[in-house]
Ligand binder design. Structure first.
Ligand code: BEZ
Ligand code: FE
Length: 299
């Protein structure tokens, strides 16, 4: 049997997949093998370095449980989660390119979901306050949900969540803490939404595990700029998972998970105590943040 040399190994592995029943799986695995082998050859990876990598991945797996997903955090901090989101968005944007060329507006950009989404948050009426009692300065959020042609989407769900004014999510507050700073709202007949929460602040991604060690070895900080998460969905439209970023937040230029899109940066306008846009009497200063969402039609 002919001996395989280093340069032939990738092709040999790929050839062994000739009978793989799923063509997409075969395509993805062939590219993965090709790139992984090229990487090992490019950096001339030593056996000790490969063992360090295996130990790192083992520690990453051991850190995972139903509350903590260290592999997703690894994917996030290496920019892969955001790349996957961007590739999907580019495919979607291609589908509506003709409408955008004819004057339709581009759809709202997506970004990473992150680890703090909690399904089943309370359904609240428009105008409700989900920030009451939590640390942070009050902020009034409002806007409209439309399709890319500007037609309002009524009864569209906006599932929102954020950390508090100290950068802490409810899920980080221990076993007994329930949901906080999250809710589902539904747009009205004109596609409009409004609710009160807080102005979010920057915070670090969990950095007490192997990914934190990796960030330190890379000379990187673990911080994300202030943002509120939104999942926006209605029947007949593609589900949008995105954030609104606070325009005066630190780390907009160096988000630890590379999630910032310029189109998602929002000015939080400061207002002194007084009457808020919804008629509410505010005894302390507050912010307003306005943003319109544009959804793509379902494929
Ligand atoms: C977040 O937005 O909360 C988040 C996103 C990715 C990794 C860690 C945290
Ligand atoms: Fe977040």
């Amino acid at each position: 049997m002919a001996q395989l040399e280093a340069g032939d190994l990738a092709q040999a592995v790929i050839d062994r997949m000739a009978d793989a029943p799923n063509p997409r799986f075969k395509q993805v695995m062939a590219a993965l093998v090709q790139h992984a082998h090229a990487f090992v050859r490019e950096v001339e990876l030593t056996p000790q370095e490969w063992m360090t990598a295996i130990e790192f991945l083992t520690a990453t797996g051991k850190m995972c449980d139903e509350k903590r997903q260290e592999f997703i955090l690894l994917s996030d901090t290496l920019g892969i989660s955001m790349l996957v989101v961007a590739v999907e968005q580019i495919k979607g944007a291609r589908a509506v390119q003709a409408q955008v060329a004819a004057g339709a507006q581009p759809p709202t950009e997506a970004t990473v979901q992150g680890p703090f989404y909690w399904e089943g948050s309370p359904e609240l009426g428009l105008g409700s306050d989900i920030g009451e009692g939590a640390p942070g300065e009050p902020a009034y959020y409002s806007g409209r949900v439309t399709d890319t042609a500007g037609t309002p989407i009524a009864n569209c769900c906006l599932d929102v969540w954020s950390g508090d004014g100290d950068g802490i999510y409810d899920m980080q507050m221990g076993e007994k803490a329930g949901m906080r700073l999250r809710a589902r709202f539904h747009s009205d007949a004109l596609g409009k939404y409004r609710f009160w929460s807080i102005k979010p602040t920057f915070y670090p991604v969990p950095d007490d595990g192997p990914v934190g060690d990796m960030l330190r070895a890379m000379g990187r900080h673990p911080n994300r700029p202030g943002h509120i998460h939104m999942m926006v969905y209605a029947p007949g439209y593609q589900r949008l998972t995105t954030h609104l970023f606070v325009s005066d937040s630190p780390y907009l230029d160096s988000d630890a998970v590379f999630g910032v899109r310029n189109s998602l940066i929002v000015d939080y306008a400061w207002h002194p105590a007084g009457t808020a846009p919804d008629g509410r009497t505010m005894e302390k200063a507050y912010y307003t943040a306005a943003y319109d969402f544009k959804l793509m039609p379902a494929a």
